[in-house]
Design a protein around this ligand. Sequence first.
Ligand SMILES: [Zn+2]
Length: 148
Amino acid sequence: MTRTSAVASETLSYCTSCKMDLNHIIVAMKGDKIAKVQCLTCKKEHVYRAPKGAAEPQVAKASKAKKTAEEPEDHSIEIEWEKLMSSHKDLPVKPYSIRGLFGLGDKLNHPVFGDGIVGKLIYPNKLEVIFRHDVKILVYGGVSQTHA
Ligand SMILES: [Zn+2]
């Protein structure tokens, strides 16, 4: 049997202790979803978290914050936001403007939502921005075109 999702089989998961993607043993399943895993490196059991992709930068976590935006876990966005803000604390804050040009990881200030970090660029002219209490999709001037 080589099913990838079954109790006692191995899976790649993000380890909340080691803070990286590592091989884990599945400890518990919930329906067909992995509920709990044990890290093979630190031996700790924790809730399953999808691997993040080892080489991805901080802002990659933004897409995760987006997913949890629909769940009653608002404070996790705030924690993420605080992490992002402190890891980008040396960046200047750009005032948000619909004609502005923004890049991944840019800090911006929105008149309604406050300070946020660009977590994702959505082609051709949208930004996914992590604000303190929510993740918002904002329209902006568009990417600086490669075929300009
Ligand atoms: Zn671990």
